[in-house]
Design a protein around this ligand. Structure first.
Ligand SMILES: NCc1[nH]cc(CCC(=O)O)c1CC(=O)O
Length: 329
């Protein structure tokens, strides 16, 4: 039973100020209003260190992970907002105990997109072509597929990174398809680097909506926004990442999906994970399925299998490599 909302009841969403973050928070606000007529949903903008410091390498500020999420989590804990909307990809696997994922809405296109105005596809890029990305995973993946390309480190919000390709300054950039889609910029996409050939980042394409664990009223408000097949898939991905002590600093790619939801196998969940060395010379892959009732165990199973085939060594190399630059939504 859903708790009744009284007319004029207010709930506040803490959001970052980037166009993507605001779009995502507005989307959640609209869904909440639709699910609960009479509910007043307010957006509260919060500036994070990732927004303020646009030039330092990611690892040098805020200890790396959680750059874009910590201050919004603090606002939740301080009770200045009730809800935080994150790109799940940016949300560290280890968070404050007092917070919980109140809802994981249905995921959109999980993959990466290539924007290459002149050459169009990855395969058509000539040797020596410049491709911009700020992510270790994308860099390793590109190097692995095309060692003859020049990968250029870029950062900034989606619009800034997109411009590096549309102005012709770089031959191409790689961005998340979901972020481009949300901003109405998917017309720039010239090639899709999605599964099964290329795996996304853990949680890519999904939102993670946080609230306080003891806030039963907000948990009840969020429950209609939850999409259990997406939640199961991303929980498996995140369990694997956590078990490999990953964070956003390592070249790890994952793709979880609920096979029942895709009409294949009633009660199974599938998880594919790849780990690269920072230069993309080596790559380890693992694919397993498990019961949909236990996403975490599937994540752990895949992590253990990767460990026994040498993932630790690759991840160790990545941690010693020069830090990537933060890229934000
Ligand atoms: N770290 C930046 C970030 N965080 C989430 C998205 C895209 C949206 C998503 O993954 O759901 C992006 C931009 C990008 O990677 O191109």
């Amino acid at each position: 039973m859903m708790g009744a909302v009284h007319e004029g009841q207010v709930v506040r969403i803490g959001t970052r100020g980037s166009a993507l973050a605001r779009w995502q928070s507005e989307w959640v606000a609209d869904r909440l209003r639709a699910a609960h007529p009479g509910l007043v949903v307010e957006l509260v903008e919060i500036r994070t260190r990732g927004d303020r410091d646009r030039n330092s390498p990611l690892a040098q500020i805020a200890g790396g992970t959680g750059l874009f999420t910590k201050e919004i989590q603090r606002a939740l804990l301080e009770r200045s907002v009730e809800i935080a909307v994150h790109s799940l990809k940016d949300l560290p696997t280890q968070g404050p105990d007092a917070l919980t994922l109140g809802a994981v809405p249905e995921r959109e296109a999980p993959g990466d997109a290539l924007i290459a105005p002149r050459h169009r596809t990855l395969d058509a890029l000539p040797a020596g072509a410049s491709v911009g990305t700020g992510s270790l995973r994308r860099k390793a993946m590109l190097r692995h597929a095309r060692p003859d390309l020049v990968v250029v480190d870029i950062r900034g919000n989606v619009e800034t990174r997109l411009a590096r390709a549309t102005t012709g300054e770089l031959d191409a950039v790689v961005l998340a398809e979901s972020g481009l889609h949300r901003l109405g910029l998917d017309g720039h996409i010239t090639d899709r680097l999605g599964p099964p050939r290329f795996l996304p980042a853990v949680g890519q394409g999904a939102l993670g909506i946080e609230c306080r664990r003891d806030d039963d009223a907000t948990i009840a408000l969020l429950s209609p926004l939850d999409h259990p097949p997406t939640r199961r898939a991303v929980l498996a991905e995140r369990a694997c990442l956590a078990a490999l002590e990953g964070g956003c600093m390592v070249p790890l790619a994952a793709w979880g999906r609920d096979l029942g939801h895709e009409g294949e196998d009633e009660d199974r969940l599938a998880l594919d994970v790849s780990v690269f060395d920072p230069d993309g010379r080596e790559r380890l892959d693992c694919s397993r399925t498990g019961p949909r009732s236990d996403p975490s165990s599937l994540g752990l199973l895949v992590a253990e299998a990767l460990r026994s085939s040498g993932a630790d060594r690759l991840l160790h190399l990545a941690r010693q490599a020069p830090p990537p630059r933060a890229t934000d939504g």
